[in-house]
Each structure stands twice: as C-alpha cells, then as structure tokens.
Design a binder for this molecule. Structure first.
Ligand code: TXA
Ligand code: MG
Length: 332
C-alpha cells in the first residue's frame, strides 16, 4: 500500500479527464489550476485571472511567450466595469450586438487586472462566450476566466475535447466536454485607437457584419507583426505537415505525383487525381459551415502522415476572408 500510493497519485495527477462535470471544473479552478473549456469558437485553456499560479501554468502548458496577452471571459455585460476603466459608445454598441458571441473587445484595463494577463499593456481583451456550459461555469465562479486557445503555441486551435486531449494529455487534469465548437474559428478582435474602432484579428464575425452595426472600420489584421495584437504572428495555426495554399488544386498536385498528398477543398470533390485523402469543407459551398469545419479538417489531415497538405483558397468575402487568413498562416 505504502509503496503504491505515491505512484497512483502521480498517475491521477497527470491524466486528462474529459467530463461534463461543472462542479469538478469549479473545484479545480478554485484550486489555482487550469481547465480546458468549450466555447462557440475554439476550446480555451482557462484559469482564474487573479491567480498567478493558474495564469503562469497556462503560459507554461502552451509554451506561450509572456508578452502575448490573454482574453478575459465574463458571463454578463454588467461585469465589464470590473475589468475595464473605459467603455466607449461604439464598444457598447458592438457588445450589445454580438455578446454573448465571438467578439473580443480590447479596452483600457482597470488597474487591478494583473500585468500577467495583459502582457504589461494598459489594455485588456474581454469577451462573453456563447456556450451554455461555459456560461453556466462562469456564473458559478467568483472570478473571470483568462483563456487562450487550448493549443501549443503556433499549432492548430482545438475545436473538440479530443483535440485538446491530444495536445495536453499529460499536462492538464480536465477538459470540460462541450461538444464540437459551432463557429470553429477564433473570435473577431476589435480595439480602439483615438476612440475609433480598429479590427485586429479576422474571426468568426465577418467584417460585413461588423460594418452593418458600426459602419466602416479600419483593418490591421497584419500578417507580419501586429503590435496591438501580438499573437497575430505570421506563423500560427500551423499543421506539422508542410501545407500549401493554392487557387487551382488539380493543377498544383500534378507536379507531385509520387508524394502522399492530402487535399483541403472548399466545396467540390476531386476525382481525376491520385491523393490519399480529400477533406471537403462544405458540399453546399456555405462559408459558415466551412469555417466550422476548418480546424477539424486540418487536424484530420495532419494526423495522416502525409508529405503535404494542399489547401484551396476559398471565396474571399464574409467568413471566407477569415478562413483564407487562417490558411495563409497555416502555410508559413
Ligand atoms: O475565440 C477566441 O478568442 C478564443 C476563445 C478561447 O475565447 N481565444 C483565443 O485566445 O483565441 P488567444 O490567446 O489564442 O488569442 C488572443 C489574441 C492574441 O493574438 C493576443 O495577442 C490578443 O488576442 N490580445 C489579447 N489581449 C490583448 C491586448 N490587451 N491587446 C492586444 N491584443 C491582445
Ligand atoms: Mg490562439
């Protein structure tokens, strides 16, 4: 008995449980530890924003540089004044239009928000996620949750509990099961410069939908370096497999006849060429469906031991712009 117990303890500590048990998740979070949580965009790796131990663990588990700030998740717009010191009119209009939902606002932070959350900046990113389980979890906690996407730095974001388990089997103790993420790509990020809104990350809300609510908006979805959204590095969301993004998939693969190739196609199948696997994002050509399947398809292709993934550029409007943005970053 005595000999066994330390060993059993170690094993229990390092095994990831996938479970719907919110009470268990609360217990872990109250204990300064991290839990992966479902959202409508992607799974997040969550911890108490006021717990230095939990937040440091998030950075450590993800291998994420400390200068890259985290998004704070709250459950009600009433909580916004606990987090931010200014709430400009246009931010409020956007929040009312899209929360709960895949919109992150970058606003002036309150002084009690730890530097570890904001990378030392005087702004903080905040959103209300639209997922019933995570909203229920947030309501039962006495603190907001910081949650970056639950993937190692620079890898494909997770849209199912199994993706998270695959990445962090031995490092986190729980994934709160919430099914497949409905939207499937990260939130759209909007900040303010001289009181005017600026879009820093294309995401699950299209530019067109934003413009419908607040009119024209400046876009700084910079591919090389975006000082105002430091996570937007060119290489991001990347499969391990070498990935190409092209207009004409058939023509491109003709040059690689003896390679093991996987195809990521927008809506039409391919019959004429010899490839290992074809993932079709939306048979009906629906960009919303395509966005929701993008990361799952990339995860699948990346697990097939291919020589290369060849992805097709999707129509470049609405959510298509966000999909193309992620695919470009996947090829870097
Ligand atoms: O959909 C999402 O937003 C998901 C789910 C889990 O909510 N979260 C997510 O977090 O995508 P993350 O950490 O993978 O991406 C957050 C981005 C990063 O690029 C980060 O640099 C930027 O937001 N960000 C966070 N706080 C910021 C701030 N104060 N100023 C500028 N950019 C900030
Ligand atoms: Mg991320």
């Amino acid at each position: 008995m005595q000999l066994q117990s330390p060993l059993i303890n170690t094993i229990i500590k390092t095994m990831t449980i996938i479970s719907k048990d919110i009470v268990k998740a609360i217990e872990i979070l109250n204990n300064d530890d991290v839990v992966a949580i479902p959202t409508e965009t992607v799974y997040g790796l969550a911890g108490n924003i006021y717990s230095e131990k939990a937040i440091k663990k998030i950075f450590q588990v993800k291998q994420r540089p400390l200068f890259n700030p985290l998004i704070v998740h709250i459950h009600s717009i009433k909580k916004i004044h606990d987090i931010v010191s200014e709430f400009p009119d246009k931010a409020e209009i956007l929040a009312n239009a899209f929360w709960p939902g895949p919109l992150t606002l970058i606003l002036k932070k309150k002084s009690n928000i730890p530097d570890l959350i904001t990378g030392g900046k005087d702004t903080v990113a905040v959103r209300i996620p639209n997922h019933p389980i995570t909203l229920s979890l947030l309501k039962q906690l006495s603190f907001p949750l910081a949650a970056p996407s639950a993937n190692p730095f620079n890898r494909i974001s997770p849209t199912s509990s199994l993706h998270v388990e695959d990445y962090f089997k031995n490092t986190i103790s729980m994934v709160l099961e919430g099914g497949e993420c409905k939207n499937g790509i990260e939130s759209t990020i909007i900040g303010f410069e001289n009181n005017e809104p600026v879009l820093y990350r294309l995401g699950s809300i299209s530019i067109e939908d934003i413009i419908n609510v607040i009119g024209q908006i400046k876009i700084k979805n910079n591919k090389e370096i975006a000082p105002n959204a430091p996570g937007m590095l060119a290489k991001h969301y990347a499969p391990k497999t070498k990935t190409y993004l092209v207009n004409d998939v058939e023509n491109f693969v003709k040059n690689y006849q003896n390679k093991k190739i996987g195809i990521l196609r927008f809506s039409e199948d391919i019959h004429s060429i010899n490839v290992v696997h074809v993932e079709i994002l939306s048979k009906t050509g629906d960009l919303k469906e395509a966005a929701s399947r993008l990361y799952n398809s990339l995860h699948k292709l990346d697990n097939l031991n291919l020589d290369m993934i060849v992805a097709e550029i999707v129509p470049d409007f609405g959510l298509g712009k966000s999909i193309n943005d992620r695919l470009e970053r996947a090829t870097k």
